[in-house]
Design a protein around this ligand. Sequence first.
Ligand SMILES: O=C(O)CCC(=O)C(=O)O
Ligand SMILES: [Fe+2]
Length: 347
Amino acid sequence: MGEIDRAYIQNPDHRSKPRTVDVDAIAGEIPVINLSLGNEQLVSQVGSACEAWGFFQVINHGVPVELHKKIEICSKKFFDQSLEEKKKVARDETNSLGYYDVEHTKNVRDWKEVYDYLISNSVQFPASPDLQDPELRTITNRWPQYPPEFRETLEEYGREIEKVAYKLLELVALSLGLPARRFHGYFQEKQLSILRLNYYAPCPLPHLALGVGRHKDSGALTLLAQDDVVGLEVKRKSDGDWIPVKPLPHALIVNVADCLQVWSNDKYESVEHRAVVNSEKGRYSFPFFFFPAPQVVVKPLEELVNEKNPARYREYNWGKYYANRIYGDFKKREVDNLQVHHFTIQD
Ligand SMILES: O=C(O)CCC(=O)C(=O)O
Ligand SMILES: [Fe+2]
């Protein structure tokens, strides 16, 4: 039996438990949507999946299969390098982009290595989470030398996944009875969207640690590609049970994130999820975090609130909110990160 550092050990309530039921049968409950269907069917399927699960998979989404393979190969080559090589593109306190292997989710260290990049290559980002501080600083991608095809492949993947994200955003808008492009303006001026390469190495004590601890994503939508190793689990809304998401070849897993929860005034909820690890196989996953531009003010949409359904959140500035999350990543904290529930309006 191996050993792991105490920093990775989850509180017993949050550890993954051995399954007693047929994983395939329960995983099959999460909707799979064929994006080549007509809009009318898609709008209704996306709307139902957002309401019932906050999670679904899409197939026939248009990202070329070869590109998916290429990004997997690039990731393997990158993460297989020595720590010293990877640290040449390490994130730091002034620029959170690049490589890191120390992230805490709810104050427990995640069993993972990560590489983050912006799809816009560089953006103006708040220099601090302090609401009174107007200073912006430019953050720019850090590209490694090796493998040589890394930058080109990742940039191409960014362009392709962005197209799918806009299509999904349209379907979501239509499913809420809004014009198709209702959300587009929030993203068009230098969106903060990030692509992440996650590597979860085999873990000698997988029942004690998690690849990513339970959390909700903070942006609008997340679109995740992955290899064929099981790992992602979703907290089922009906009973709070952790349900594994079955890897389907070349599918994307989509989830509602916090901004959409607020825009829709809780019609679509951002659902908790986590990634479990195993002792045999490493796992790669590639989430695309579809983030609005930093200056966007997030609040329930006026079209969706009325006397019977009053706004449930106060407005917040997306850039500052995200800055709070990012700057908090550098240390273990005594208090929780900022979360959307901190903006809830009490009855
Ligand atoms: O790797 C996964 O399956 C999940 C990753 C995730 O939830 C995240 O990075 O926010
Ligand atoms: Fe996530």
